[in-house]
Design a protein around this ligand. Sequence first.
Ligand SMILES: Cc1cc2nc3c(=O)[nH]c(=O)nc-3n(C[C@H](O)[C@H](O)[C@H](O)COP(=O)(O)OP(=O)(O)OC[C@H]3O[C@@H](n4cnc5c(N)ncnc54)[C@H](O)[C@@H]3O)c2cc1C
Length: 429
Amino acid sequence: MTGPLKKVIIVGAGPSGLLLALRLAQQHIKVTIFEATPAPSDQPRATHYGIPAVWELRRAGVLEEMRKDPECFQFDVMCWRKLDGTYLSGMDTRDLNRPGKPYDDRITVLTLNKVIKVLGEMVAKCEDATVKYGYKVLAGVEQDEEKAWVTVQSQDGTVEKHWADYIVGCDGASSQIRRSLFGDMEFPGYTWDHQIVATNTYYDFHKYGWEDSNFIVHPEHSFMAARIGATEPLWRVTYTEVNGLTNEEILARQAKKFEIMLPGHPKPGDYKVILTSPYKIHQRCATSFRVGRYLLAADAAHLCNPFGGLGLTGGIVDVGGLADCLIGIHQGKTSDKILDEYSRVRIEKYKTIIDPISSENFRRLWDQDPEKALEKDEFLKLLKNNEGNVELSSQMQLGSLGILHDFSASFDGNKPAGSLSEKRFQSKL
Ligand SMILES: Cc1cc2nc3c(=O)[nH]c(=O)nc-3n(C[C@H](O)[C@H](O)[C@H](O)COP(=O)(O)OP(=O)(O)OC[C@H]3O[C@@H](n4cnc5c(N)ncnc54)[C@H](O)[C@@H]3O)c2cc1C
């Protein structure tokens, strides 16, 4: 099918669903989001958006709005340390922004609830987008040559059926759309043996000479401490915990963990934890991101652990590519076969880049002897041996652009789409 789309339904008003709605509505494609919860989520999840995500957020006009929030910033240095705080090696993101070679799309920090707020406000201003909170999409798949349907239940129990040209599952890790398409248990991959506990904590790590983002290598007490407040000492402290603990047990152990982990070995009262949330973490990818008129994107399609910030970054890149494909179909520039390409390429990007790199980032923290990390860990060794090498540091950081893909390069049907180089994406800014 090619030609004007009458309507797209998106399931889920998380960051990926809202961004997709925004991109489509900006091109006057009518879009409705059904969101199960009555209001946007406030859970402590994403905070750091990688360079490819920043590129996507910029071209949708979102980055500019995010930057109006005084707490939004670009962080400077990420590093790896031993539990006693000893610096192992690191990377300076300012290497990307040099005189004569300015680069404004460095990793950007803003808590997800604020990004969702920005996206929600932008979508609300679009005439062609409607967000319906308190509408849960129920199990079921129904489609024919022209349309697909979803059944939704509103909070008062009313059940309605809605149709669209395409239905996109942006409904997160437990995606109903994915389960309806493939079955409740079919999400290939695995769950890690460690669970993680994410906290938002007021504590002055800078006082101890710590960098903006610190990854602590230790078999038992690995954690990340990353600044998430631009004007206040608010930090994301995310630590690994043994699986199987109840929430009460996690909270009961937290003071002791913080005393062991944090620089200065603080007691409760020396810091203030304002949010704690345990998460099971997974590496999983759906077998296809397209079944006819149903599509999947972001967490509904694939999951990875959050160390290295590739989760939503990968999801935002899915959404950018999918929006390009749907807009291309709408404008008659390509056929719906491009959606098979979307599925194929995004799965390949997950399997060849996102899954291996995020897994390595996580294992690096607890699956090695911190005393031998600088001898045995090739990545940390590379960073250590090239301290001050601005060119290499820039190249390594821009390597993350490899998860982007320009689907519009296939629109004429002649040439296969290729992974875009940083230069080509830069030229699109
Ligand atoms: C501790 C932690 C830290 C993280 N940090 C980072 C980071 O720094 N950088 C990064 O890139 N990623 C990070 N991530 C990952 C990131 O938060 C997720 O990838 C992202 O939130 C996924 O967005 P989404 O829109 O796909 O799904 P969600 O945010 O899960 O949104 C899905 C929405 O769909 C709705 N929904 C579900 N089922 C239905 C239904 N049946 N009907 C209607 N609506 C439905 C839900 O209510 C929800 O609002 C982190 C994750 C965790 C857990």
